[in-house]
Design a protein around this ligand. Structure first.
Ligand code: F6P
Length: 359
């Protein structure tokens, strides 16, 4: 048996732990493992295919990033090719990819990725590539799994930032709006904001009214709490409005969502007269060592993916459904993206302790 691993889309802390666990599990079965570098670019001649052995994955389980590298621009169905005149043309190289996989004697691929990469995995599976998925994203927005690895690390990074902002905001009687990642899901903002005792949390699932946000800040002022921390998911939007976009992105790249915290800060300053600053936490949330939770989840996913390959569960992905790791069709998981359930206990708890969602 010869399998290949690929990591696609944005990186997430824990990718190396998946790779390590999958390689060690496969090696114990006597299988060969190949690493496809930079998404699928390694299979399309724009990067390499490297052998992965217990020796090559030694000591990587605690490291952030991915030893295979990754890209959010190597969709084989819309592959970016630079033309002589400098423009970029999208071409479908999926047939070529399948042919190359066959040539290399690859019996199965473990594709580790978020919703975008899993969508590509599903299409490749439909074309005949034998593929098992491993869900990955700091956003935690993949359905069918309670959690994706990388999310816990991102939440902890945001918590650390909020803790630090608290002391400086309090010293200056300021309002600080912290923008965290998540695309169109508010999980990072909700979990970090609640755990780090933010005063306002704005998430895409609950459009906000800026006057209600200001009411909360002024209420705190009247109670002698002259500072406030507002955690803003990058995809948050006002009632009747849409999310903020950072505009132009490179060919093949998804829209860059963000910039909302600065708008919120300006609106609060204008309406309350309080000094308000904004900060975008950005890619710090994707970097660094995975937390213990993420290392464990990633390791369980890596082992389970190899077992899924052994069971020929093609077109399925591993998922955490406590207490077990299960597999389910990638297509099922992709049908509806996971979003914060506004009726959930976490949202209810935030409301109970007095956090405002601006609604
Ligand atoms: O999906 C993960 C994520 O980090 C999002 O939270 C964020 O919007 C996006 O990726 C950023 O992508 P990039 O690294 O391409 O800027």
């Amino acid at each position: 048996m010869r399998i290949a691993l690929s990591t696609g889309g944005g990186d997430a802390p824990g990718l190396n732990a998946v790779i390590r666990a999958a390689v060690l599990s496969a090696a114990r079965l006597g299988w060969d493992v190949l690493g496809i570098r930079r998404g699928y670019a390694g299979l399309l001649g724009d990067d390499d295919i490297v052998p992965l052995t217990p020796e090559t994955v030694r000591g990587i389980g605690h490291l952030g990033g991915t030893i295979l590298r990754t890209t959010n621009r190597s969709d084989p169905f819309r592959y970016q090719r630079k033309q002589a005149d400098g423009t970029v043309k999208e071409i479908d190289r999926s047939d070529e990819l399948l042919a190359r996989a066959k040539e290399l004697g690859i019996d199965g691929v473990i594709a580790i990725g978020g919703d975008g990469s899993l969508g590509i995995a599903q299409r490749l599976h439909e074309k005949g590539l034998k593929i098992v998925g491993v869900p990955k994203t700091i956003d935690n927005d993949v359905s069918g799994t309670l959690a994706t690895f990388g999310f816990d690390t991102a939440v902890n990074t945001a918590i650390e930032a909020i803790d630090k902002l608290h002391t400086t905001a309090e010293s200056h009687d300021r309002v600080i709006a912290l923008e965290v990642m998540g695309r169109h899901a508010g999980f990072i903002a909700l979990h970090s904001g609640l755990a780090a005792t933010a005063d306002v949390i704005l998430i895409p699932e609950i459009p906000y009214d800026i006057d209600k946000v200001c009411n909360k800040i002024q209420q705190r002022d009247r109670a002698g709490r002259l500072f406030s921390i507002v955690v803003v998911a990058e995809g948050a939007r006002p009632i009747g409005g849409s999310h903020s976009s950072l505009g132009k992105s490179l060919p093949g790249e998804a829209e860059r969502v963000g910039g909302i915290a600065e708008h919120v800060a300006r609106d609060i300053e204008e309406r309350t007269g309080k000094e308000c600053r904004s900060l975008v936490l950005g890619h710090l949330q994707r970097g660094g060592m995975p937390t213990g939770y993420d290392r464990l989840l990633a390791t369980r996913f890596g082992g389970a993916a190899v077992r899924a390959v052994a069971d020929r569960r093609w077109g399925e992905m591993v998922a955490l459904q406590p207490p077990n790791i299960v597999t389910l069709p990638i297509a099922d998981a992709l049908r509806t993206p996971k979003r914060v359930d506004v009726a959930s206990d976490v949202v209810a708890t935030a409301r109970t302790v007095g956090i405002s969602f601006g609604d």
